[in-house]
Structure formats: structure tokens, C-alpha cells
Write a protein that binds this ligand. Structure first.
Ligand SMILES: [Zn+2]
Length: 333
């Protein structure tokens, strides 16, 4: 529904500041300890891997068509598509969910059931309450209390000795007339998972800093924000960068970015990342494939590139990945 009202007028050119990353069908090489690999899965979905450690953020493949949204039909979890495209789950140690709209959370129960039962699912209390009937409750970790915000320093949550996350209270760009659809919190466990689009309430949106560690020190630092938000929402706490570790990679959801005032200038000025990958820039109501990725109607890449130029020096690469595309980063010593 939200996208029906966006006005599109054909394909926009890709501004020179933004480089596309193409999907490939080549089997990925093993990821060594000194490399970070990102795979863009579509919408806010990412797979991040360093050596033997990986995590999933907002994995989503089902892409229900808009007719299902507006006719309030049951949204179907496309297990066939998920089974075909889900990356190697063996190294997955955590699943992060940034908010609980259908395009971030509806595939989580099926995917969680395919991962090792020790793998926890991290998100808001709305996530925990929404999926309570579908995932063992001890696997659902609500992070609202440990999230950083203007009045809270936030705290690291150690997933294991090689992986930690810092949740940050974030926001969500308005869909229409300054409003975010389905933005309520779910405060009690639901007896069944939501069925129609309107039943997926977002709750508190979170962003995450993800550190891949070696001997207790961050080797790769990733900032992950799957829905565009206006500062101070999503800003890292000032103490974060005091350890001298910069942000290797900033992952930014850009759907509806044009409806925000500050995004992404204030955030990128604060993060000063070595590279940026844009997420949630493409149509997510088509039949999922990794051979075709269509930009959202009215995406506004030109305006976005201009804002990025205000915040970052020209040598910082900004990537627009096709669904399935991968980016490999070598450790800089
Ligand atoms: Zn959303």
C-alpha cells in the first residue's frame, strides 16, 4: 500500500557517486579470518561473514505481492524461495531483526527453525511478543533496555568471543503524510503470528553496531540500519569510536529517504565509514530472484547522492547492490 502512492516515472539514472554491485551465480570462495563478506539479500536483508562467524540481519525473501497487502490476504511464507536463496547457515551465530514490519520479520520463524537451536534472535520487545508462539521464547532476545539513545549509553551484548552487537534506538522514515504505517508496539505475547500486512506492527526500530572480534578487539566494525531514520535516531553513542576502531562498513536502508530531513548526512558525519552499502532500495513485492532487481518507484538516487557528498569525502565508495550481490573487504592493518 505504501508504495502505491509513491510516484514513479521510469528508471532513474545511477549517479556517478554510486557504484552498482552485480549479483553473480559463482559459488563464493571461503571467507578467511582476515576478510569480511557481505551479501545483500534484498529489502533490509544482509548476510555478514568473517571466518567461521556469520550473522543474518532482516532476511526476507517471500515478497508478497501488493494485491495481498491491499486485499488483506494472508501473507505466504515462500519456503521454496527461502530454501533456494538462503546463504550457508552453518556459521550463523545470530539473527538480528531491526523492526517488525512484514518485510523484516515475516520469514524469521521459518529461517530460525533452520538454524542451530542455540542461535538467538535479537530485536525489540515487539519482536519477541510478535513471534512468541512461533519461536522458542528463550531464543527471542528483547534489546530495548540495552539500546543506546540520547539518554542512554547502551551496552555491548556479547554473542560469543568473536561477535558482539550494540543496539541503538532508531527510527523509520514515514510512508505517507508524515506517518509510519503499523508503528505500534506489541506489549503482550501474541497467540499466533500475524497473518495480514496490517498485523505486522513495527515496534521500536533498532540499528546495530556489529563487531567481529579477534582476541577481544574489533577486527571489523559494521553499522547496520535497515530503515532510514532522522538523527538523533540511530546515531552511535559518542563513546563508540573512542576505542579507535573506525567503521569499516555502513549499511543503510534508504526506502523513503526523501521524506526525512537529516538522513543520511548527520549519521554519515558521525560514522565516517570507510564504505557505504545502500539497502532497501529495490522493489520488494515482486517474485524474488537474484537475476532481476528493480529500483523502488521514486527512489531519488540523485538527491541521495548529493546528500552523501555533503557528509563523506569523494574517495569513500558507495555501493548499490543487486539482490544476491557480494562485497568482500580485506582487513586493513
Ligand atoms: Zn518498515
Amino acid at each position: 500500500m505504501l508504495m502505491l502512492v509513491l510516484t514513479g516515472c521510469g528508471q532513474e539514472p545511477i549517479p556517478p557517486r554510486i557504484q552498482t554491485l552485480e549479483a553473480t551465480t559463482i559459488t563464493p570462495e571461503p571467507v578467511t579470518d582476515s576478510e569480511l563478506q557481505l551479501q545483500f539479500l534484498g529489502a533490509g536483508g544482509v548476510y555478514l561473514r568473517n571466518g567461521s562467524q556469520a550473522l543474518l540481519g532482516d532476511p526476507f525473501f517471500s515478497n508478497p505481492p501488493i494485491s495481498d497487502w491491499v486485499l488483506m490476504r494472508s501473507l505466504q511464507v515462500r519456503t521454496d524461495i527461502i530454501d533456494r536463496y538462503l546463504p550457508d547457515l552453518t556459521p550463523v551465530r545470530a539473527i538480528l531483526v531491526a523492526h517488525v514490519h512484514h518485510d523484516h520479520a515475516m520469514d524469521i520463524p521459518y529461517i530460525a527453525a533452520k538454524t542451530d537451536p542455540d542461535v538467538q534472535i535479537y530485536g525489540s520487545d515487539t519482536l519477541r511478543n510478535t513471534l512468541y508462539s512461533a519461536i522458542e521464547p528463550e531464543r527471542l532476545q528483547a534489546l530495548n533496555a540495552s539500546a543506546a539513545g540520547p539518554d542512554a549509553p547502551g551496552e555491548w551484548l556479547n554473542i560469543n568471543q568473536q561477535l558482539r552487537i550494540l543496539p541503538i534506538r532508531s527510527g523509520h522514515a514515514p510512508h505517507l503524510f508524515g506517518k509510519v504505517f503499523n508503528s505500534d508496539a506489541v506489549t503482550l505475547p501474541l497467540l499466533r503470528v500475524p497473518d495480514t500486512l496490517m498485523e505486522w506492527e513495527s515496534g521500536q526500530a533498532l540499528s546495530f553496531v556489529i563487531d567481529f572480534l579477534q582476541a577481544g578487539q574489533p577486527r571489523f566494525r559494521v553499522y547496520y540500519q535497515s530503515s532510514a531514520a532522522d538523527a538523533p535516531d540511530g546515531l552511535p553513542p559518542p563513546w563508540l569510536l573512542e576505542d579507535g576502531k573506525g567503521v569499516d562498513l555502513a549499511l543503510l536502508g534508504v526506502a523513503n529517504h526523501g521524506r526525512l530531513q537529516e538522513f543520511p548526512v548527520a549519521l554519515l558525519q558521525a560514522l565516517q565509514p570507510d564504505r557505504v552499502v545502500l539497502l532497501h532500495w529495490e522493489v520488494f513485492w515482486d517474485e524474488y530472484s537474484q537475476t532481476q532487481t528493480q529500483p523502488l518507484p521514486g527512489l531519488g538516487l540523485m538527491e541521495l547522492a548529493q546528500k552523501i557528498e555533503q557528509a563523506l569525502p569523494p574517495q569513500v565508495p558507495v555501493y548499490l547492490p543487486e539482490r544476491g550481490a557480494r562485497l568482500r573487504i580485506q582487513e586493513s592493518l
